[in-house]
Each structure stands twice: as structure tokens, then as C-alpha cells.
Design a binder for this molecule. Structure first.
Ligand SMILES: [Ca+2]
Ligand SMILES: [Ca+2]
Length: 148
């Protein structure tokens, strides 16, 4: 599916949701979801590998689903997620969005960090997150835009 078509589908879905929210609001039985935000992951750079061999098998999960990877990412070699993960993610006031960064291993995988976004803390604009966990450190750059 092309990016443009996917965007159109998401837009249509959001429109339907917004309309449903308005109708429900009119009936006084439910609240609209409130503002809608889009999220683009821009860059990933490994400041400290989780593994001891200077290359992690990184994968990214959004709300529990793997959306990218695993890919071999070397220490201090910025990965352009604008290109390798050309997807836009969305959240609104109904639930927070969890973006997790993992290193895959033959045994148990290691989670290095999680970015949590919500309508209460949407982090609108460009962001740099310093994620540290399980002896790894990933720098993640991402952008949040309010679209509705
Ligand atoms: Ca590991
Ligand atoms: Ca690994």
C-alpha cells in the first residue's frame, strides 16, 4: 500500500471517527476524542549498544505491534527512520501511544526504552529522547503534529 493511499485511508477513518464523536456528543452519550496528533519517527542513533559487540538488532513496537526491524544498527551510525520507516502514527485523547525500542537476542530480548505520548503530554514539535535501559542508550528523534 502506498503512503498516499494509507494516509487517505487513515484520514477517512479519522473523519468517520470524528463524525461519530460529534453525533455521539450531540446525543449526549459520549465524549469526542478531542485533539488528534500524528507522530513521525525521524532518526535513531545508538549512543551505547545494549549488546557487547557494537551492533544491536533493533526493532520498534508501537502499541504492542512491531512496526520496524529487527535491523542491525551499529554504534553511532544514525539510522534515518524518515526513509526506512515511512509511516505516520496517530493518537488522540482516548489512549496513550507507546513506542518501544528493543534489541533482539537469541534468547530473551532487551527493551532499551519507551516513549509514551498522550493528549495530556503530546510533546508537539520536534523531540529528542534519550532512552536508557538494560545497559543500552538510544537517542531517538521524532516529531509530533496536532492535526485535528
Ligand atoms: Ca541484547
Ligand atoms: Ca541483540
Amino acid at each position: 500500500m502506498s503512503r498516499r493511499i494509507r494516509r487517505a485511508l487513515v484520514g477517512a477513518t479519522l473523519s468517520v471517527a470524528a463524525t461519530a464523536g460529534l453525533v455521539a456528543g450531540t446525543a449526549g452519550t459520549a465524549h469526542a476524542a478531542g485533539p488528534v496528533y500524528s507522530v513521525q519517527l525521524n532518526w535513531l542513533n545508538i549512543a551505547d549498544n545494549q549488546d557487547n559487540n557494537s551492533v544491536d538488532e533493533v526493532y520498534i513496537k508501537v502499541n504492542g505491534s512491531t512496526v520496524w526491524g529487527p535491523r542491525d544498527i551499529h554504534w553511532n551510525t544514525p539510522e534515518n527512520l524518515n526513509i526506512s520507516l515511512p509511516r505516520t502514527f496517530y493518537f488522540d485523547g482516548t489512549a496513550p501511544m507507546k513506542i518501544e525500542f528493543w534489541d533482539r537476542d537469541p534468547g530473551r530480548d532487551d527493551r532499551v526504552g519507551t516513549i509514551t505520548l498522550s493528549a495530556a503530554a503530546p510533546n508537539v514539535g520536534p523531540n529528542a529522547a534519550d532512552l536508557k535501559g538494560n545497559d543500552g542508550e538510544y537517542w531517538v528523534y521524532y516529531t509530533v503534529t496536532q492535526i485535528a
